[in-house]
Design a protein around this ligand. Structure first.
Ligand SMILES: C[S@@+](CC[C@H](N)C(=O)[O-])C[C@H]1O[C@@H](n2cnc3c(N)ncnc32)[C@H](O)[C@@H]1O
Length: 297
């Protein structure tokens, strides 16, 4: 199982610059790539790793076991960041890292249903706290609701047409059950010139939208952003790596607000992205955007 940590050099640079030794929180532990590097950088670092996904957490626990008591892993949603961090004795945290979205491990497991490239059940839940599967959403939401999901969370221009195709298909066949069912509906129903114009895969934005909706990703991000300032101290740093404009917009707005409130300053005014070398080595890095915020001492 492999997941190359994105913008690792930049993440380490900001942690080093702010002397982030002591309590560090990795709110999206995943397979532990960033965490391993952070733990290796200084003996003084204690790291709390949080992830919604029990399978990823188990993998990371084994990977990072050699760090002994310096590493603590907890299954949970960063929507409850303050409680998780305080309960584990990690407040105040010197650094908090969010590497948002899904990991390659989740994407590459067909049974998780995240990928339009592999056939699997329409699940898409990152963890047990997500109540509805993608299958339930696709088969029960109204056409208007599906249009809203595809448009708001996927920024999909053809949201209404896609929603209509899905509603017609579930009436005809009794329901959609696999990732391939969805891909075939779009392939059959969208006019060929429209599909050509879409550039990438016609189901890409729809899958992103469903995943964000099923896991209430933006709700969790907003909740975490509200809690950060309560679990840091002077000189602490919060770093976000995001992968689409919806996430990045929320982070940007929160950082501006924190600055206006006099809580500290943005580490980078200009958005940091991966260079060509990193993108060549790791395709996922192509859409990554990093923002850091330093709280006032
Ligand atoms: C991009 S991966 C992180 C990869 C990690 N930085 C590494 O180097 O291995 C994102 C991880 O965040 C987790 N995640 C996403 N939203 C979450 C949330 N609201 N609460 C906790 N974990 C979340 C996902 O389950 C996934 O494992």
């Amino acid at each position: 199982m492999h997941h190359t940590p994105v913008l690792l050099g930049k993440v380490m640079e900001i942690l080093e610059e702010c002397a982030c030794y002591g309590n560090v929180v990795d709110a999206t532990l995943g397979l532990g790539g960033h965490a391993e590097r952070i733990l290796s950088s200084r003996k003084e670092v204690r790291l709390l790793g949080i992830d919604r996904d029990e399978e990823a957490l188990q993998f990371a626990k084994e990977r990072l076991a050699s760090f002994g008591e310096r590493f603590v892993a907890v299954q949970g949603n960063f929507r409850n960041l303050e409680t998780l961090v305080c309960d584990q004795g990690f407040s105040p945290a010197k650094a908090i890292l969010f590497d948002l979205g899904v990991s390659n491990f989740q994407l590459s497991e067909p049974r998780r249903g995240f990928s339009f490239q592999n056939e699997g059940p329409l699940d898409m839940r990152m963890g047990p706290d997500a109540s509805l599967t993608a299958e339930a959403v696709l088969n029960t939401a109204s056409c208007g609701e599906l249009t809203r999901i595809f448009r708001d969370y996927g920024e999909e221009r053809h949201a209404y047409l896609m929603a209509k195709l899905i509603c017609a298909e579930r009436e005809r066949s009794g329901g959609l059950h696999t990732t391939t069912d969805v891909v075939e509906v779009l392939r059959r129903g969208l006019p060929a010139p429209m599909q050509r114009k879409m550039g990438g895969h016609p189901a890409r934005k729809l899958f992103q939208a469903l995943r964000i909706h099923v896991n209430d990703e933006l709700g969790a991000l907003n909740a975490a952003l509200e809690q950060c300032s309560r679990i840091v101290s002077g000189g602490s740093v919060v770093v976000f790596v995001s992968y689409h404009s919806l996430e990045d917009r929320l982070v940007k707005q929160a950082f501006r607000k924190w600055e206006t409130e006099g809580l500290g300053k943005r580490w980078n005014r200009k958005l940091l992205v991966a260079d060509d070398e990193e993108i060549d080595a790791n395709y996922k890095a192509r859409s990554a955007k990093l923002r850091g915020f330093i709280f006032s001492a």
